[in-house]
Design a protein around this ligand. Structure first.
Ligand code: ADP
Ligand code: ZN
Length: 742
C-alpha cells in the first residue's frame, strides 16, 4: 500500500473483522465473479489484480464489483485470496468495458477478461538491473585502463552503468571495473527499468496541412480537447492525407496528458506507418501484435498500465491493454474485416473501440477511404460526425479507372491476363514504372481435378477444395491448414499424369507473367510466402523503393501501402467477390477494388486502374469505375433498408458444431424448437453451413433476424438458458453482428 488515507488512520471496522468477501472475476468461462475471502491485513478494491486458488491451480484474476443483489456468502466457508499483485488496478471504465463486451457478445465475462490477462508475468513490477554509479573519487593509482574509464565517465558523471557495459565501452577487462568498485570509485546502484520507447514529442510541428485537411484536423483537435465522448469519421479518398490529419488529434491528446491507442489492420506489415509516426513525434509508438516477443509484450503491457508508454499502435487485441489514462482511440481502415474476431469471443474491434471511448468519455476517430455501410449510416444519422477529404494531397490524382470486357478481349487459352492489360503493363514497364496485378487467391490453382475420371481433390476434414501450392509441391486446405504432397496419379482412378489445375492463383499468374515479360523483375506477395512477416516487410520496402517492375499480390497489397512508382493496377478477376451469397459481397468488392486501384498514382502523374470483368454493367463495377462513391453508398444503403439487412436490423448467427453429423443437426433442430416466440424476431435455418465441415466438425447455422430496438442479447440468453444443453462435443457459438456467413 502506498498512500495512507483517512480510513487507514481511523481504522475500518470491516478490516478489523477477521474476514471479508471479495468478488473475483477469473479468466474462465464462468457467468459471474466468484466469491473469495480476503485474508486479514490484505486490502483489496475492485480492479486489483490478485492470485486465487481454483481447484488445484492458482489463477491470476481481478477483483470485480459486487454483483447487484448479492448478499454475500459467509467468508468463513470460502477459500482465500492468496496474493495481491503490485500493479496499477484495472480502471473503472475498463471494467465496465469488459462487462459491456460480455453482455453484447453473449460471452462469459471471464472469457473477455482473459484478453486482458494474457501476460500474467507483467503483473509483477519490472525488476531493476544491478548497476554501478560514480562516487566522485578516483584512486591514487591510475593505470592506462583506469584512465580510459575516467575519460568515459567524465563526459557524464551521473550516468548509471552495468559493470560489463562500462568495461565494454571503455575497452577494458571486467577486472578493471571490479577493481574500481573495490577502490570505492563506483558504488552499486540499481538501474531502473527503461521505457520501451522514448516519450513522444507532440509539440513539434507536423506537415503544413492543406485547407481541407486543416479543417478536419481542427474538428478533431477540438473533439479531443472537449474531453468527452464523440466519434468522428474521416471519410477521405486514398492518398488524401487521413493519417496526417489524425496525427494532429494524437498530438492534442498527448498535449493534454492522455494516452493514445491507434488500431491498424495488418499492423505487422506497416513499418512505414511506424516511420511516419516517428518522423512526426520524434519517437516510435509501442507496437502490439502477434509478432512481438513475450518479453516485449510484458514490458509494453506493464508500461501501458503505469503510463510510461503514451501511444500504442496495435491490432484489435490492443483494445484490452490496461491504459491508465486513455484519451483517444483511432481506428484506421475502419471497414477492414480484420477487425472482426471470430474465435472465443466474437467481437468487432471497430465497434468496441467506439464503446471504449463512450465508456471512457473520450474521442474516437474512424478513418477510411471506403467506410463500411454501417459507419456511413451512423454518419448520415448524425451519430458520428463525418469529415470529408475529397482530393489527393499535392500533385497526386486518382488513377483513371476502366473495365476490360473479358468477353471481347479474352486471354489466350489457359491464361488469365487479357491482351489489353498486357499492353498497358508493357508500356508501364517500358517507362520504368511499376504495375500491379491483383488476384485475391493464394497458391497456384484453387482446384485440382483428374481429367480422366473427373475426381476433385477435397480436404478430408473440411468441405473445401484443396488449393495447389506448386512451389511447395503441396495441396493445401485454406480452412484447416491440412496439406499433402501433390500426387502424380489420381487417388480415385489411379491414372498417372492426368491431373489438371483449374483457375488461377497468384503463383500461376506469376508463371504467366514471367513467360510474357521474361526481363521484368517480378515480386509475388501473399500471406503464405516463405519467410513470414519479416520477409514480406522487406518485399514491400523493395517495391516502394522501385526494385520491382511487376508486383503480383493478394489483398495484402491493397492495404495502405505507398508505392510511388506504381502507375498501372490490373484487377485480374473483378467479379470474384461478387459471386458468393454474402449480403456484404457488393460492399466488400467495392472496398477492396477501390483500395487496390488506389495504390496507383500516389506520387503524381497519370495512372490507370483496369478491371477485368465478364459483367462490366454490374452496378458495383460501374460505381467503382465511375468513381461515384456517393452513388454506390446511396444504392447500397437503400438496398439494405428495403431488404431489412444491417444496419437497419440486427443479425445474430448461432453456429452449432460437432463431430457427429446427425447429432449436430438434431441439436440444431432442438435448439430452434426451444426458441421463445417473439413478434418481429425471425429465425432462419438451421441450415448446413456453406462450408459444412471444418476441421472435422460439422456445422449448422441458425440466423436470428431482429429489429434494432429489441434487446436481442436478453432474448438469446433466455433462449440458450432454456434450450438444450451442449452435450458431448457439440458446441453452440454466438456471433452477434456476423461478418462471415460461411
Ligand atoms: P491516406 O491515409 O488518406 O491514404 P496519407 O496520410 O497516407 O493518406 O497521405 C498520402 C501521402 O501524401 C503520404 O505520403 C503523405 O505523407 C502525403 N501527404 C498528405 N498530406 C500531406 C501534407 N499536408 N503535406 C505533405 N505531404 C502530405
Ligand atoms: Zn481442411
Amino acid at each position: 500500500m502506498t498512500d495512507a488515507t483517512a480510513k487507514d488512520l481511523l481504522g475500518d471496522p470491516l478490516e478489523a473483522a477477521p474476514l471479508r468477501t471479495a468478488y473475483v472475476l477469473l479468466p474462465i468461462p464462468a457467468d459471474r465473479p466468484y466469491s473469495y475471502a480476503v485474508p486479514a491485513g490484505m486490502d483489496v478494491q475492485p480492479g486489483d489484480y490478485v492470485q486465487v486458488p481454483l481447484g488445484p491451480r492458482k489463477v491470476a484474476s481481478v477483483v470485480w464489483d459486487a454483483p447487484v443483489g448479492d448478499n454475500g456468502v459467509d467468508p468463513k466457508k470460502l477459500r482465500a485470496i492468496e496474493t495481491k499483485f503490485d500493479c496499477p488496478p484495472v480502471p473503472e471504465d475498463m471494467r465496465r468495458f469488459v462487462d459491456w463486451i460480455a453482455h453484447y457478445t453473449i460471452a462469459p465475462p471471464g472469457m473477455v477478461l482473459k484478453s486482458l490477462l494474457r501476460t500474467p508475468a507483467a503483473l509483477d513490477p519490472e525488476q531493476p538491473m544491478p548497476g554501478i554509479a560514480f562516487t566522485g573519487d578516483w584512486p591514487d593509482r591510475m593505470s592506462d585502463a583506469r584512465g580510459r574509464v575516467r575519460g568515459l565517465i567524465e563526459a557524464d558523471t551521473k550516468q548509471l552503468w552495468t559493470k560489463s557495459g562500462l568495461a565494454n565501452a571503455a575497452g577494458t577487462s571486467s577486472s578493471v571495473v571490479d577493481g574500481l568498485v573495490k577502490a570505492g570509485t563506483f558504488a552499486p546502484r540499481d538501474i531502473p527499468p527503461q521505457p520501451i520507447v522514448p516519450p513522444p514529442m507532440p509539440k513539434q510541428a507536423g506537415k503544413p496541412l492543406n485547407e481541407d485537411q486543416q479543417e478536419a484536423a481542427d474538428a478533431l483537435v477540438e473533439a479531443v480537447k472537449a474531453d468527452e465522448y464523440s466519434t468522428h469519421l474521416i471519410d477521405g479518398i486514398t492518398g488524401s492525407g487521413k493519417t496526417e490529419v489524425y496525427f494532429e488529434a494524437i498530438a492534442a491528446a498527448l498535449n493534454a496528458g492522455k494516452q493514445v491507442l491507434v488500431l491498424l489492420p495488418e499492423i505487422a506489415l506497416t513499418a512505414t506507418f511506424l516511420d511516419r509516426f516517428e518522423a512526426r513525434f520524434g519517437a516510435p509508438p509501442a507496437p502490439w501484435h502477434s509478432g512481438i516477443t513475450p518479453r516485449q509484450r510484458e514490458k509494453i503491457w506493464r508500461q501501458v498500465a503505469e503510463g510510461t508508454v503514451r501511444v500504442v499502435v496495435g491490432a484489435r487485441s490492443a483494445l484490452f491493454l490496461p491504459f491508465a489514462e486513455l484519451g483517444l482511440v483511432v481506428v484506421d481502415e475502419e471497414h477492414d474485416q480484420a477487425y472482426k474476431q471470430e474465435d472465443r469471443v466474437f467481437y468487432s474491434a471497430r465497434d468496441m473501440a467506439v464503446v471504449r471511448a463512450r465508456l471512457g468519455g473520450f474521442a474516437c476517430v474512424l478513418a477510411s477511404a471506403t467506410p463500411s455501410v454501417e459507419t456511413r449510416v451512423n454518419a448520415d444519422t448524425g451519430r458520428y460526425i463525418r469529415l470529408r477529404l475529397d482530393r489527393r494531397h499535392g500533385a497526386a490524382v486518382l488513377p483513371k479507372l476502366s473495365t476490360i470486357d473479358m468477353r471481347e478481349n479474352p486471354p489466350p487459352r489457359g491464361r488469365f491476363v487479357s491482351p489489353v492489360l498486357e499492353e498497358e503493363m508493357r508500356q508501364s514497364t517500358a517507362r520504368g514504372e511499376q504495375s500491379l496485378l491483383f488476384l485475391n487467391r493464394r497458391g497456384y490453382a484453387p482446384l485440382t481435378l483428374c481429367r480422366v475420371c473427373g475426381f476433385r481433390f477435397e480436404c478430408r476434414n473440411c468441405s473445401a477444395w484443396l488449393v495447389e501450392h506448386r512451389f511447395r509441391g503441396q495441396l493445401q486446405c485454406h480452412h484447416c491448414g491440412h496439406s499433402e504432397p501433390t500426387p502424380e496419379a489420381c487417388t480415385n482412378c489411379g491414372t498417372l499424369d492426368h491431373l489438371v489445375a483449374c483457375g488461377p492463383g497468384v503463383e500461376r499468374l506469376a508463371e504467366e507473367v514471367d513467360a510474357i515479360f521474361p526481363e521484368a523483375r517480378i515480386i509475388v506477395l501473399s500471406s503464405d510466402m516463405l519467410g513470414g512477416v519479416s520477409r514480406l516487410r522487406l518485399e514491400l520496402e523493395a517495391i516502394a523503393d522501385g526494385q520491382a517492375d511487376i508486383v503480383i499480390g493478394t489483398q495484402l497489397v491493397a492495404k495502405g501501402h505507398n508505392f510511388p512508382k506504381m502507375t498501372v493496377v490490373g484487377v485480374v478477376d473483378a467479379d470474384l467477390g461478387l459471386a458468393n451469397g454474402d449480403p456484404r459481397a457488393a460492399e466488400r468488392t467495392f472496398q477492396l477494388l477501390s483500395q487496390v486501384t488506389g495504390r496507383a498514382g500516389r506520387a503524381g502523374g497519370e495512372s490507370k486502374g483496369l478491371l477485368q470483368t465478364y459483367a462490366p454493367d454490374h452496378p458495383v463495377i460501374k460505381a467503382i469505375v465511375s468513381g461515384d462513391r456517393e452513388a454506390f453508398y446511396e444504392r447500397e444503403i437503400a438496398l439494405r433498408k428495403s431488404a431489412g439487412l444491417p444496419p437497419f436490423a440486427r443479425l445474430v448467427s448461432l453456429i452449432i458444431s460437432g463431430t457427429d453429423k446427425r447429432e449436430t443437426e438434431r441439436h440444431a433442430m432442438d435448439l430452434k424448437l426451444a426458441a421463445p416466440f417473439m413478434e418481429d424476431v425471425f429465425l432462419l435455418g438451421p441450415a448446413e453451413a456453406p462450408i459444412a465441415q471444418v476441421r472435422g466438425r460439422w456445422r449448422w447455422r441458425l440466423l436470428v433476424h431482429a429489429p434494432r430496438a429489441l434487446d436481442v442479447q436478453t432474448y438469446i440468453r433466455d433462449w440458450l438458458a432454456k434450450g438444450p444443453k451442449e452435450r458431448g462435443n457439440i458446441r453452440v457459438q454466438v456471433d452477434v453482428d456476423p461478418q462471415s456467413f460461411l
